[in-house]
Ligand binder design. Structure first.
Ligand code: SF4
Ligand code: SF4
Length: 288
């Protein structure tokens, strides 16, 4: 993490806590139980106060940042006051947004500057809860999504693809179209292979080339239904040509790496590259 925000960076991050109320089977940054809210808060206040005024977006993340309660809202207030032209991207599992008063307060402090990145692991509650490692997570996250929509807060719906959910990606796309059509966009994401994704590799790891047929069907469903959809964290050489327009430069700049073969690839400037933090390198990479 950076000691100071930078204007050009795509990873100006306010890290709120290592605590989380989920226990996701592929979490890249496994949660810890420790009282770390005050130290992180002090550090985050400094980052906001010393930030250049023209940073495009700050990301508020954890763990689960909403667990910080008043300090979570106070950070948002400070960003609004000090960086009036900066968007606020909140990465949350969405469960605390099941509380409508909490969401209303979020709207009051953050207004239209907020974009909430919320994960959906499956269209089937049993699979979602199993992946999230928490009972009732699906119901709470869904309710949270509806509460955010009711306050007209922008939502980025995030689907982290793994061996437990890839087969139902086409059904998930149908589910999103029917029930979550209000999200600003859906991002289908490759896993970062670190943390619990390594510990539970046998259960969760799958190569992008092995889920590409299901992913392309899901993207087609959302795209033809008029919903915005993106692919995160998958290099262009693993995506069929007709689907590369959905790929985004999604990996934080400090975590991105390219291989030697990438120097001879015409797609390098348009490709997200690979996670420098991942233990496993995807199969099938080739210069285009
Ligand atoms: S919600 Fe995020 S931080 Fe919490 S366990 Fe899941 S992946 Fe990790
Ligand atoms: S070879 Fe490298 S730069 Fe080219 S598409 Fe693959 S990962 Fe990206």
């Amino acid at each position: 993490m950076k000691e100071q925000f930078e204007t050009e960076s795509n990873s100006n991050v306010l890290f709120v806590t290592e605590n989380c109320n989920n226990h996701c089977i592929m979490c890249c940054q496994p949660p810890k139980k420790c009282y770390d809210f005050d130290n992180n808060y002090r550090r985050n206040i400094e980052l906001i106060k010393t930030s250049p005024k023209d940073v495009k977006t700050v990301c508020i993340t954890g763990g689960e940042p909403t667990l910080a309660g008043d300090k979570f809202f106070s950070l948002i207030e400070l960003v609004c006051e000090q960086l009036p032209d900066t968007d606020i991207h909140i990465l949350s599992n969405g469960r605390n947004f099941a509380n409508a008063e909490f969401v209303s307060r979020l709207k009051n402090v953050g207004g239209d500057k907020i974009i909430c990145g919320i994960p959906l692991h499956s269209d089937y509650c049993g699979d979602h809860d199993r992946i999230a490692g928490a009972k009732n997570a699906f119901n709470e996250t869904l309710l949270g999504l509806y509460n955010l929509a009711a306050e007209e807060i922008s939502i980025e719906l995030r689907v982290v693809i793994n061996a437990l959910n890839y087969k139902r990606l086409p059904q998930m796309a149908e589910f999103i179209f029917k029930n979550l059509f209000f999200v600003s966009w859906t991002a289908f994401m490759a896993m970062e292979h670190t943390g619990y994704a390594v510990k539970n590799s046998e259960k969760v790891y799958i190569e992008p080339i092995d889920y590409m047929p299901e992913l392309c069907r899901a993207i087609e469903t959302l795209d033809t239904s008029g919903l915005d959809v993106s692919i995160y964290n998958i290099p262009n050489c693993l995506i069929p040509e007709g689907f590369r327009r959905f790929a985004a430069q999604s990996i934080s700049d400090w975590k991105t790496k390219y291989l030697d073969i990438c120097d001879n690839c015409c797609q390098k400037n348009h490709c997200c590259g690979l996670f420098a933090t991942s233990k496993q390198i995807f199969k099938g990479l080739k210069a285009l």
